[in-house]
Ligand binder design. Structure first.
Ligand SMILES: [Zn+2]
Length: 312
């Protein structure tokens, strides 16, 4: 009965196993794969403790909630602030807590431990820079949707991005959100915070003087600079070099918001390469199409816990 259903001649059959079987299978795949392509989405950063709502939002944005009724960090990014001082007041803090603040719970570090020494590449829609912060090789990462650490011209009049770290810290000091204590920046009590930044800190394009904006893909003004094209090229090259080898497509926390960037291509490439294995780690939405089911390891669980099991 069972054999009749089987579509592939492969000796692998990963469907219908228990949680612990799957952990062992994934561990083995990571160990034996010729190459690992990591595809990461928002769910990975949520597992890493970077939730955009609830307690974490209240902790850093209580004044924005009170004054504007903003309920979480995601929607706050789209709020129509009436001045650039308020707009950058929001964004300085958003960039800081999600990009520069070190509050890792070890999830990205565990992932690095798992793939260290392997031939890997990271494709991600995340813009929070957590891969590099955890120590992943910058030449093996393609951030497709931008980076909180970069600004671009809002028009845009030219294709270049600018590092924002220094200006963001100045903004946070001017808001009273950070203060310097013994050469270190610390977050102050919320009673000392103000919403607006000083007007002279509003960033302007060095070429046309238009206001700068975040380098995030939300419409067709997104700037793809040289770094973006170079990373895109490295990714395509990595895929081409491992075309028919034993490749593990490791999909982490990808929802159905933008499946065309990672999820669907991973399915297609697994289908096309009979030596490939697809793994999907997702809390609530872990599944694979029937055509690749026998070569898929789908784990519906907290990614943080799964990594802790895998590094054991
Ligand atoms: Zn410009």
């Amino acid at each position: 009965m069972f054999l009749k259903k089987k579509t592939y001649k492969s000796t692998k059959n990963y469907s219908g196993n228990t949680y612990l079987d799957k952990i062992e299978q994934l561990k083995n795949e990571i160990k034996t794969a010729d190459a690992i392509v990591i595809g990461a989405g928002a769910g990975l950063s949520t597992a890493a403790g970077h939730s955009y709502s609830g307690e974490r939002f209240e902790k850093y944005f209580s004044d924005f909630k009170e004054n504007y009724g903003i309920q979480d960090m995601y929607s706050g990014g789209f709020y129509p602030f009436s001045s650039l001082e308020e707009y950058w007041g929001w964004w300085a803090r958003h960039i800081y807590v999600n990009r520069y603040l070190n509050d890792s719970n070890g999830t990205y570090e565990n992932l690095l431990d798992l793939v260290k020494g392997k031939d890997y590449f990271v494709l991600t829609t995340n813009v929070d820079h957590q891969f590099q912060k955890a120590g992943f090789d910058k030449k093996r990462i393609f951030y497709t949707q931008g980076d909180y650490g970069l600004w671009q011209c809002s028009k845009p009049c030219h294709n270049e991005n600018y590092d924002n770290e220094q200006t963001v810290y100045k903004m946070l000091l001017s808001q009273g959100f950070l203060k310097e204590v013994n050469g270190k920046y610390v977050i102050t009590d919320s009673s000392e915070w103000k919403i607006e930044i000083d007007s002279e800190l509003i960033p302007r394009c060095p070429k046309c003087k238009s206001p700068m904006t975040m380098n995030l893909r939300c419409d067709d003004t997104f700037v793809q600079d040289e770094g973006w094209y170079a990373a895109n090229h490295c990714y395509s090259d990595f895929i081409r070099r491992h075309e028919n080898l034993h490749v593990l497509f490791l999909e982490l926390g990808i929802g159905m918001n933008t499946p065309v960037i990672i999820k669907y291509p991973f399915w297609k490439m697994t289908y096309a390469n009979k030596n490939a294995v697809y793994a999907c780690l997702n809390y609530g939405e872990a599944y694979a199409p029937r055509e690749i089911e026998s070569r898929s390891i789908c784990i519906d669980a907290d990614i943080k816990k799964v990594f802790e099991e895998l590094v054991k």
